[in-house]
Design a protein around this ligand. Sequence first.
Ligand code: GTP
Length: 319
Amino acid sequence: MKVVILAGGYGTRLRPLTYSIPKPLVPLVGKPLIVRMIESLPQSVDTVVLAVSYMKEALEEHFQSQPCGKKVVVVHEASPLGTGGAIKNVAQHLDETFIAMNGDCISSLDFRSLVKAHRENGGIGTIALWQVGDPTAFGVVELDKASRVINFQEKPKREDARSDLINAGYYVFEPEILDYIGKGQVSIEREVFPNILDYGLFGHRFTGHWMDCGTRESFLAAQAMILDLEQPSSASACEGCSIEPPNLIRSGAARGARLGPHACIEAGVAISEGCQVSNSLIMKGAVLEPRCLVTDSIIGPKVVVAKDCHVTESILAIK
Ligand code: GTP
């Protein structure tokens, strides 16, 4: 079976970091976000069709130098075609039932049950659905008793929302879906789904966890969740530091540093005496000069945080 991963967006909400690294390659607890997504796919998925546009060379280079255990076919869009246009653009690779997914979510979805539900429902597509308390920032999906989608609402007001189930960004489609995606830039959520309800579009609800990693807050929340779940062991190269787990610390730190909880520090980072880091990602080559305090932030590669600076709720990166 093939999976199409939509990995061509600009990732504007993670700027300035995404000026120099595409969102799918941002390290999420020790491995690129997209690698975590590929690792969550079942064995029956043998081919990953990567729909790319923005910074495609970086993605190509990554999979050439670090194979992921599945065949990866990179298909380029000259300019981003939107979530529907990107699927249409890889049509030559799709001749049977396939999975499609956004390239920036982390979840406990069992793809085998999604595919099974799709085959049982017998429609043109099945959307994985996640229940939320407040659906106002999402694409809301209303189902009938047979799990058939009967209505979509994009970011509705709270009082107007007809359901608390949102589109989680994972789909199973029959190749016929391609006939309903127009040419050029097309959003599958806004311009295709509402028009194909009569052909049998179904929803499949799952539980466990789901997180979109598209903003600083949601990326760091996903990082914290994975650290809590995986409790990685961090090499204790930090004599004289205080460490509050869980963390992933791959660099040494000077005496008096306080690290964690929920700190991910890549290899090749310099942490000077008296620094404090919590709920943050510090990427390779960054330097934290003495007594810096970094909380709820992403510090990009090679950024130097000057002594005594306090960085909070920020993304710092070199363009
Ligand atoms: P923002 O600019 O911060 O909204 O991020 P984004 O560009 O990633 O957009 P969004 O989060 O809405 O996209 C959801 C998923 O679809 C991401 O994995 C994107 O990489 C992907 N995506 C969005 N637009 C395109 C596109 O035009 N082409 C391709 N190939 N993928 C896209």
